[in-house]
Write a protein that binds this ligand. Sequence first.
Ligand SMILES: Nc1nc2c(ncn2[C@@H]2O[C@H](COP(=O)(O)OP(=O)(O)O)[C@@H](O)[C@H]2O)c(=O)[nH]1
Ligand SMILES: [Mg+2]
Length: 267
Amino acid sequence: MIRSILALINKSDVIIEVLDSREPDLTRSRKIENFVMRKKKRLLIVLNKGDLIPLEVLQKWKEYIEKNDGIPTVYISATNHLGTKILRDKIKELLAKREGKALLVGYPKTGKSSIINALKGRHSATTSKFPMSSGYTKAVQLFRIDSRLYVWDTPGIIPPDGNELERVIRGINVDKLEDPVKAAKLLFDRIQEFNTNTIKEIYGLDFSDFYDFLNKLALKRGWIYKTSKEPNIDEAAKTLIRDYHDGKIIYYSYPPDVMTDDKSSSI
Ligand SMILES: Nc1nc2c(ncn2[C@@H]2O[C@H](COP(=O)(O)OP(=O)(O)O)[C@@H](O)[C@H]2O)c(=O)[nH]1
Ligand SMILES: [Mg+2]
């Protein structure tokens, strides 16, 4: 899996690493970043799902990544088509005067396909294949998104790795989870740590704890086992994770060494 990404990186000029703005740190792949650097390719970080985060926090993450790692960073909302012009311009800037190919990479559910669609936009009717791409497999095609800019139609998908919480944040397929309730508990605790209201607001539920939440969500949606009449909490757990992946749950954190205004004023 990873090998096919590395092969595509070798054939590209600019690599666009797509992160989830809610969890920029946990959705970064240092492995991929290091490989890109070693190959002397240009790297661009995109903080996607920016519609879920205050602008000022996006700006802080951008500054943090640019200062700490020296990687140019832009923030966008692929689904709201916000920031896509800035993204396009930034890719072209990195290409300098040349013609080139861009590859999107990232963990599942960070929004790679949505970004490709946003980049193709209304010009998609006029996209044409890269003249030199005939030798490549049919599954991966280059599309022209600008006079001198091509993008691979298929992104590089990084398989979710790390501990259980990290794998959930990194877009693991919920149907492959052995214990969705356990995985959802980790995500629930993480979300609550940063925003204690978001789950209550999104589901319109009042609950005392995680298990109470699962029970109430299952009952509200009518997910009840026929024989035992018990609420199907597995389905509720999967729903929380799916909704998180689909960008429906709002929370954010600040980058490590940037204080919030509240904290800095108390020093
Ligand atoms: N709120 C929000 N959701 C997004 C955004 N971009 C993608 N999504 C959602 O995130 C999910 C995964 O997006 P997709 O493009 O399929 O991700 P991929 O797996 O990286 O290709 C989908 O439900 C999208 O609708 C965004 O900018 N904002
Ligand atoms: Mg995709």
